[in-house]
Write a new protein. Structure first.
Length: 340
């Protein structure tokens, strides 16, 4: 019987389910995104997120089966994200998956969400090992050297705020709803991605990432420009379109500069790398993609970026990692817990 894996992703504000079948690859992938529900709060509200996961999971899993033309009886393994993430959201996916595994008498595999992202570019591409991987999402910014399926070394990671978080929080400062990344990209394009305010860059001497200083620098610069009131936490120039565009453009150029510098350092330090992957929600950003492409071209390294639906959180990357773990017999027990 062909291995047929159901992947479930509920680590944050997306409910994702997908099916990977041996010999066919990903045969269905469904998603419910809660973005609209969190928009007005400027970020993800954990309590709302977990309640919505509970509300949607049954439907999203049923839809994945329907799209694949399969029934529950065709599934012979379940892969589920069990870390890292919001505890309430993770619990919904893990409890659902454990109940299914118990009822169907099939094995379960707990998947690290970041491993899911790291291998998401492999779903659609045959990437040569070893490769360097930059993961940039709302909660994490990391650099890996990926040796093989499931085997990777962490070269650098988030020390405080992640890149996506910086986009989200700074967008909020200037009056835009969550998620900040897409609107920042749109506004930056209107002033040709110029570096107006020269915000501070990360320390280039390490491969770790830190964006909390950048967030503070942008805030203080807005205060200096009489555009932000620290007492009321209000943006004072909502009608100044040019200022908003210049903030977004300077921010995007700054973050892409940091990525370029860290990646270049990694390329020089790990010359054995045969390719580069750029993954996670921030990898949807066309400006950063083009800058990283330019850098990779100059080192004759191919750059692989997943389709946007595999950049942001999704069940397909979880089913994919589940597949190679199942092939190796790396199953979890039914007492699988979150965050462990
Ligand atoms: O991977 P993801 O869906 O969720 C996490 O695991 O966190 O990433 C979400 C993040 C958000 O911070 C969002 O602002 C960012 O990805 N993002 C973008 C773009 N689209 C989404 N950042 C920059 N440019 C974009 N076009
Ligand atoms: Zn993610």
């Amino acid at each position: 019987m062909k291995l047929t894996i159901l992947g479930i992703e509920t680590s944050c504000d997306e409910t994702g389910a997908a099916i990977y079948q041996e010999g066919r690859g990903i045969i269905s992938s469904t998603l419910f995104s809660q973005t609209e529900m969190h928009k007005r709060f400027g970020g993800v509200v954990p309590e709302i997120a977990s309640r919505s996961q509970l509300d949607k999971i049954d439907h999203i899993v049923s839809l994945a089966l329907e799209q694949a033309g399969l029934t529950l009886q065709d599934i012979n393994c379940i892969a589920v994200t069990n870390k890292p993430g919001l505890p309430g959201s993770l619990l919904v996916g893990v409890c659902f998956a454990k109940a299914m595994a118990y009822a169907l008498k099939i094995p379960i595999i707990g998947i690290n969400h970041l491993e899911g992202h790291a291998f998401s570019a492999c779903i659609e591409n045959d990437i040569p090992f070893p490769f360097l991987c930059i993961t940039a999402s709302g909660g994490h910014t990391s650099l890996y050297l990926v040796h093989d399926y499931g085997k990777y070394t962490v070269l650098g990671q988030t020390l405080d705020d992640a890149a996506g978080e910086a986009f989200d929080k700074i967008a909020k400062f200037i009056g835009y709803p969550y998620p900040g990344g897409p609107i920042i990209e749109k506004l930056a394009a209107q002033v040709d991605f110029k570096d107006f305010f020269k915000y501070p860059r990360n320390n280039p001497a390490t491969l770790d990432f830190s964006f909390s200083g950048l967030k503070t620098a942008v805030l203080y610069d807005l205060v200096k420009k009489d555009a932000f009131d620290m007492q009321t936490k209000k943006f004072l120039k909502p009608d100044d379109e040019l200022l908003k565009q210049q903030v977004c453009s300077s921010l995007l150029v700054c973050i892409s500069d940091v990525f370029k510098k860290k990646l270049e350092r990694a390329i020089k330090t790990y010359p054995q790398a045969k390719a580069v992957a750029f993954v996670g929600g921030v990898a949807c950003n066309k400006y950063i993609r083009s800058k990283l492409k330019g850098l990779c071209d100059s080192y004759s390294l191919p750059l692989f970026i997943p389709s946007p639906s595999y950049c942001t959180d999704n069940g397909a990357m979880i089913a994919y990692v589940g597949y190679y773990k199942a092939k190796r017999g790396e199953f979890s027990d039914l007492d699988l817990d979150i965050l462990k």
